[in-house]
Design a protein around this ligand. Structure first.
Ligand code: IPT
Length: 965
């Protein structure tokens, strides 16, 4: 049976798409509580569901906007690429959950006569609408507006609106985005009066000529009565629409300075408020330009997400997201993979983000069937494709923040995509067209790839990418600027390699930057009976087919806590580069912005000894024009008495900005000023054997095994070399290079140790072992040399890899377990947050304090986390203040890395969710000499060679001493 539901037509009865206008026409907000009935299958059409007289008082009450799966009906399901139904286009399963919605509303007594429009901002995936028992039509395109004429059916007083939404439809084949399948009326519903002689549609083209600094304005109001435009600030009054107005000197709009001008369009029947941003976007000489300057997009991909509401994102959360992006130096967003809620673009206009507005289109699931019957190349789907891009452009074209249209994501190749691009080129020639999925995409204006490794990006930067099939398309592409529409997959711990990408973007003019994948972890909040909260991912709702935690690949956790990766990103995207050159006695600063100077920023300095501030002040760095550099003398600071003195230079908001408070830090740099000479070596102790034990300074050892049993009065267990870490998503490398399977095959998660010798000599206790996995002849020869001086027990650890190693090591360090009462952690090293060696640009040297619980990053799928780098010393204390001090004695570069947890790496590896991790009454501590970087092989390239941990000889020297209470 074919039906509208399984047909190719995208809609029937819907009005032509138009801009969303801020009009003074009366409107009724129809969001709120509706009546709702959930049906597991599509019901018969004649069941009277839409009859105004139907008694729906027994139906459930239900919020609009929302997804029904998040309100107890059906269940969320997550797949990335695969369709969760057979690939049998345009047909969908009989089991097709359907939501029937009804609400009554009263027309206010003063509601004017005339036309009216019912607007649905988003209905997933198939919507049919009735007003007062009469069908208005149907629409598809879940994240696109559908409007229906309703005026002729409105009655004074009570009206009954009914909507039926089906989860699956032919349109579902076009909406295979990597996200939860969630249905229903998930964006707003509005009734808007349409006055006679109103403004039916309105398009603004506000240009900027950077050579003269002047603006042009053209406003078109197709199909409307005469309309006048007022832009008082520029002295434009009552001008005609349809002509280009020279408006004289203007301040251009940019993401850095999002200048908007208030204007009004008025016809005899309607007034519309406009916010106009003058700017130009162009591709010139193979570069992406805005307002005459080359752009480097510091972007992220943004799906809409909220852990309780799914894609029905509350407006205050949207604002918080934009603020968080701005505060982390993000200046661009790709609206993956559909047009966002319209308010999001208002925020981008207001606060300043460059936007690649992506059409609601993805047919990725056809890849699994080798792209057979892909709608992108099937003429029967052509109208649906065109309908989607028309609705995208029509709704969003008046936003200055939107600088590019994207046809969609991962929809393969085909003529329908070309038809979409042609349509855009004809109807909005002011913006370039983007689409990544067709390597020979002769119809787009920028060259785009996802997850290209650094080396390939560099090749592209040099225009040296390999040729594609069609020579003319190949030539066309070589003339285009390059955008990484997705890179640095932020799944779980990571991503590494951001700084290296940024250096390439800065070096090669063809590279216009890109968009990190992605902003959010799409976890769904759940609660255990005892109130424990956790966040679900694919498979947690019993889905038969799912892609697990691949949905949790964001820079912010579902509760919107910034991840360590976001801290690294903020440092990578910093708008000012600061270098503290202690040797030369100067601070170098460079303004990396494209348009704005640094007059909104102030530069502060702070000298700290062992993390304790000695002196601070402001640094007289001059206001820098875009691209300008400066050198400022470092202030004189007294030398170090006890340890290291570091100079931190911090660039901060000089006043309250629209997106940050005064004092918010946008960039920083650090340098080591001085280091105190070490004091005289205290007297050494000698190992003393007493029965079964050997005593050495504050250490007690098993005389037979040479194992440390007690240090500084604290019991120590499992003290030995460790190489395992709970593999990160990037180690697992699902869509990149999978390293963890090698690690498991080699047996790094099940190493055993064989004692080779124990020698209690005059100066040291020396234990030599071999650490190796069952069934393998490779391993590590380990030497533990324990000595003591004064109150400190010293360990010199050396591990030498022997045999044929097929893979890098996860890490090399010392594992030990200490009594559980130790809970406060203070360290002088890098922090405050977690980092890996290839994403350490966001952590600075300082003195930090945390609890053991506070050190953990609760990635949705438990994995290695919480690593603190560059530790010079670490103090672990109990409630009474007593505990253990561990200090670095050299050997591990700029200090050791540590983790401290209530569970070990094996428990962390085995858990599926953080709340499953049972806290032991022990503190599992790791002191690492080195580790393998993070990379972003969960979807993309692995760890760059310079950040891999190649098996070799690794050393660590650490000293343990007692901390009195
Ligand atoms: C690719 C998709 O475009 C994006 O939606 C998302 O799935 C991302 O990568 C991974 O999270 S698909 C990938 C298998 C190349």
């Amino acid at each position: 049976m074919t039906s509208d539901l399984e047909g190719f037509a995208p809609s029937a009865g819907a009005r032509p798409p138009r801009a969303r206008l801020d009009s003074d026409a009366p409107a009724l907000d129809l969001d709120g509580t509706w009546r709702f009935r959930y049906l597991p299958e599509v019901p018969a059409d004649h069941d009277g569901f839409a009859d105004p007289g139907l008694d729906d008082s027994g139906w459930d009450e239900f919020p609009v906007p929302s997804h029904w799966q998040l309100h107890g009906y059906g269940a969320p399901a997550y797949t990335n690429v695969h369709y969760p139904f057979p690939v049998d286009p345009p047909f969908v399963p009989d089991e097709n959950p359907t939501g029937e919605y009804r609400r009554t509303f009263d027309l206010p007594p003063d509601w004017p006569e005339g036309g009216a429009v019912l607007r649905f901002d988003g209905a997933d995936s198939f919507l049919r609408v009735w007003l007062n028992g009469t069908e208005l039509g149907f629409s598809t395109g879940s994240r696109l507006v559908a409007e229906f004429d309703a005026g002729h059916l409105l009655r004074p007083g009570r009206n009954v609106l009914a909507a039926r939404v089906h989860q699956w439809s032919a349109a579902s084949y076009l909406e295979d985005q990597d996200m939860w399948w969630l249905s229903g009326l998930f964006r707003g519903v509005t009734l808007q009066h349409r006055p006679a002689e109103g403004i039916e549609d309105l398009t603004v083209v506000a240009g900027y000529d950077h050579t003269t600094g002047t603006g042009t304005l053209r406003v078109d109001t197709p199909g409307s009565a005469p309309v006048r435009i007022d832009l008082p600030e520029l002295g434009l009054h009552g001008a005609a629409t349809g002509t280009v107005h020279e408006v004289g000197p203007v301040e251009p709009w940019s993401a850095e300075s999002p200048r908007l001008y208030a204007a009004e369009a008025a016809s005899a029947g309607e007034r519309v408020r406009l916010r106009i941003g003058f700017r130009s976007v162009a591709v010139e000489n193979g570069r992406l330009m805005a307002n005459g300057r080359p752009l480097l997009l510091r972007g992220v991909n943004r799906h809409e997400w909220h852990p309780d509401h799914g894609r029905a994102v509350p407006p205050e959360t949207m604002r918080a997201d934009v603020l968080a992006m701005k505060q982390h130096n993000v200046d661009a967003v790709r609206t993956s993979h559909y047009p966002p809620h319209p308010s999001f673009l208002d925020l981008c206009d207001e606060l300043g983000l460059w936007v690649v507005d992506e059409c609601d289109l993805e047919t990725h699931g056809f890849e699994a069937v080798e792209w057979r019957d892909n709608p992108s190349d099937d003429p029967r789907w052509r109208e649906a494709y065109l309908d989607r891009i028309r609705r995208t452009v029509a709704r969003d074209r008046n936003h200055p923040s939107v600088i590019m249209w994207s046809l969609g994501n991962e929809a393969g190749r085909g003529e329908n995509l070309r038809a979409m691009a042609d349509w855009v080129h004809e109807h909005d020639p002011t913006r370039p067209v983007h689409y990544e999925g067709d390597p020979d995409s002769s119809y787009v204006d920028v060259y785009s790839r996802m997850y290209a490794p650094h080396a390939e990006v560099e090749e592209i930067g040099r225009c040296g990418e390999p040729a594609t099939e069609d020579p003319s398309a190949d030539a066309h592409r070589r003339g285009l600027p390059f955008v990484l529409c997705e890179y640095a997959h932020a799944m779980g711990a990571g991503p590494g390699g951001l700084a290296e990408y940024q250096r390439l973007f800065e070096r090669y003019p063809r590279l216009a930057g890109g968009f990190v994948w992605e902003w959010f972890d799409h976890g769904i909040r759940r609660r255990e009976d005892d109130g424990t909260e956790w966040f679900a991912y694919g498979g947690d709702f019993g889905e038969v087919l799912h892609d697990g935690s691949f949905v949790a690949d964001g820079l912010v956790l579902p509760d919107r806590a910034p991840s360590p990766g976001l801290t690294a990103l903020a440092a990578t995207f910093a708008p000012v580069r600061v270098e503290v050159d202690a040797g030369a006695g100067v601070v170098r600063a460079e303004n990396l912005r494209t348009f704005a100077d640094t007059s909104d920023l102030a530069v502060h300095w702070e000298a700290a000894e062992e993390g304790v501030v000695l002196e601070r002040g402001t640094l007289p760095v001059p206001v820098l024009a875009p691209g300008e550099r400066s050198e400022t003398e470092l202030p004189q600071v007294r030398g170090a008495a006890v340890g290291q003195v570091w100079m931190t230079v911090s660039v901060r908001a000089a006043r309250d900005l629209p997106w940050a408070e005064e004092g918010h830090e946008v960039a920083w740099g650090q340098g080591l000023l001085t280091e105190a000479e070490p004091g005289p070596e205290p007297a050494a102790h000698h190992p003393v054997t007493e029965g079964r034990h050997v005593r050495l300074g504050p250490g007690v050892f098993d005389a037979r095994t040479g194992r440390l049993l007690e240090v500084a009065g604290l019991g120590a267990e499992g003290v030995r070399l460790g190489v395992w870490r709970a593999p990160t998503d990037n180690d697992e490398g699902t869509h990149g290079f999978p390293l963890a399977p090698f690690w498991r095959a080699v047996g790094l998660d099940r190493m055993v140790e064989r004692r080779r010798s124990v020698e209690a000599g005059h100066e040291a206790l020396q234990l030599r072992t071999r650490l190796a996995p069952a069934a393998r002849d490779l391993g590590l020869e380990v030497s533990y040399r324990w000595s003591a001086a004064g109150s400190t027990l010293w360990l010199d650890l050396e591990a030498r890899a022997v045999g044929e190693w097929p893979c890098p090591l996860p890490r090399v360090g010392l594992d030990l377990a200490l009594p559980g009462f130790l809970d406060t952690v203070e360290w002088f090293g890098r922090g405050p947050g977690e980092a890996f060696r290839d994403m350490d640009q966001g952590v600075r040297v300082g003195r930090f304090t945390d609890t053991v619980a506070g050190l953990q990053t609760p990635y949705l799928r438990p994995q290695e986390n919480g690593v603190r780098l560059g530790t010079r010393w670490l103090e672990l204390r109990g409630a009474d203040g007593a505990g253990l001090r561990i200090r670095d004695g050299g050997g591990a570069g700029e200090g050791f890395a540590f983790t401290a947890r209530r569970w070990d790496d094996h428990a962390l590896d085995a858990a599926r969710h953080p709340h499953e991790l049972a806290a032991e009454d022990r503190l599992h501590l790791r002191l690492d000499a080195d580790h393998h970087g993070s990379g972003s092989a969960s979807c993309g390239p692995g760890v760059l060679p310079e950040h891999q941990l190649t098996p070799g000889t690794h050393r660590l020297r650490v000293g343990f001493s007692r901390l009195p209470g």
